[in-house]
Design a protein. Structure first.
Length: 195
């Protein structure tokens, strides 16, 4: 399931999640739009499923992340191979150019407005390298990224976001190690009580 919401109200969040669940089910049934699980046991063990470009475009468009995005902070909560981040970067740079912002200003704003987190160190480093290559290809100065190689649930972000988008890994509660379960129970409430 793709998580995507603008933190305005609980009802709006619930409605968007319900709509996205339905869309996700439809896409999974079609079997063509969602990316496939890698054949490696490493990816299967971590429940990694990478998002296709088609679905990235749909999700970002649904989040209205296509115009007036300069100065809006977006979080990708488990960026994996960076498919969302690459499209976010492309759209952000295009908007900056359209607003006639200098390369330096675009790079500075990118460092504040695009935030991401990825637990898998290999994927984190690969995505970071690819993002830096895209920046270089566009002739922008280096960006001081707000990207973290960490556990999203334990990171403790202090800032607020205009959009949160992503396709996090999924696994059942029984597949979570005991230490992580304890941390989840201590940090989060379920709809009925503590987890």
């Amino acid at each position: 399931m793709i998580m995507l919401y603008r933190p305005r109200s609980v009802i709006a969040i619930i409605c968007k999640i319900a709509i996205l669940n339905l869309i996700s089910v439809l896409f999974l049934e079609m079997g063509q739009i969602m990316g496939s699980i890698l054949d490696s046991s490493h990816a299967k063990e971590k429940c990694q499923k990478f998002t296709s470009q088609e679905f990235v475009d749909i999700a970002l468009n649904m989040a209205n992340y296509s115009h007036a995005i300069i100065g809006k902070c977006i979080l990708e909560n488990s960026f994996g191979s960076g498919n969302f981040l690459k499209e976010i970067l492309k759209r952000y740079i295009e908007e900056g150019i359209a607003q006639e912002l200098s390369s330096e200003v675009i790079a500075e704003k990118l460092s504040k407005d695009i935030v991401g987190i990825e637990l898998d160190t290999f994927l984190y480093n690969a995505a970071l390298e690819e993002l830096n290559s895209l920046i270089e290809a566009r002739g922008l100065p280096p960006v001081t990224w707000s990207l973290f190689n960490d556990d999203f649930l334990a990171h403790g972000f202090e800032q607020r976001f205009d959009n949160i988008i992503g396709n996090p890994p999924y696994l059942s509660y029984r597949d979570i190690d005991e230490e992580s379960r304890k941390q989840i129970r201590q940090s989060f409430l379920s709809s009925a009580s503590r987890l």
